[in-house]
Design a protein around this ligand. Structure first.
Ligand SMILES: [Zn+2]
Length: 217
């Protein structure tokens, strides 16, 4: 409700980000009036944002309340199947269509992200940026939209698999292999490298879920 300061962000984005950073976790109730107060946004845009998030299955009904959805074991498996196919396709297309500038940005990311190894939260954010850059490199807007939805749903997976001992280093090496294949214009290798990367992330998550550790990449 401040009349100064940075331009107001969309209520939908604000709620999504709060779920993404774990302010609201799966099972938490979202109350319109509390959200309006927290974000300094009026209730109408909050209500619209909540409806949109419910349509996207990011929120669920619990009686009369709306709660942050959680993914069961089967939903997780289904999500990873879709993610693997779409990310593989994005890498394949990026190997064909990414501009030299886009490839350079990707390469720079794979180098600078090593500096974040001791900060899993920053590394998780950098990881999202990296994948988003690959998606954009595909130059296919419908694919980018579908991947956005997949990545928004990934926000329901609580903390990051990149926090698991040793996973950060492996993930960055895998990113490097993906970029090298894209740089060579080798579609098959880019597809395979990205699939292998997602498969490793999923494996890490399954292992640590079994240990009662919530992990996601
Ligand atoms: Zn990654």
């Amino acid at each position: 409700m401040s009349d100064r300061g940075p331009p107001q962000r969309d209520a939908y984005e604000l709620i999504l980000e709060a779920i993404d950073v774990g302010t609201y976790k799966p099972g938490d109730r979202l109350v319109e009036s509390e959200l309006a107060e927290r974000f300094g946004v009026s209730r109408t845009p909050i209500r619209e944002a909540l409806q949109r998030l419910e349509t996207q299955s990011l929120l669920a009904r619990d009686g009369r309340s709306l709660i942050v959805a959680s993914l069961d074991h089967n939903q997780l498996a289904e999500l990873y199947v879709v993610r693997t196919e779409l990310e593989g396709l994005a890498a394949r297309l990026a190997a064909k269509h990414a501009t030299p500038e886009e490839v350079r940005v990707l390469r720079e990311m794979t180098e600078s992200d090593w500096g974040l190894l001791n900060d899993p939260t920053a590394l998780a954010r950098a990881n999202k940026r990296f994948h988003r850059q690959v998606h954009l490199g595909s130059h296919n807007r419908y694919l980018v939209q579908q991947l956005d939805l997949v990545h928004r749903t990934m926000a329901l997976l609580a903390t990051t698999s990149l926090a698991v001992e040793g996973r950060g280093e492996s993930a960055l090496n895998e990113h490097r292999a993906i970029v090298e294949a894209i740089e060579r214009g080798d579609s098959d290798a880019a597809d395979a490298a990205l699939r292998a990367h997602i498969s490793k992330a999923y494996e890490t998550r399954l292992k640590h879920d079994a240990d009662g550790f919530a992990a996601a990449e």
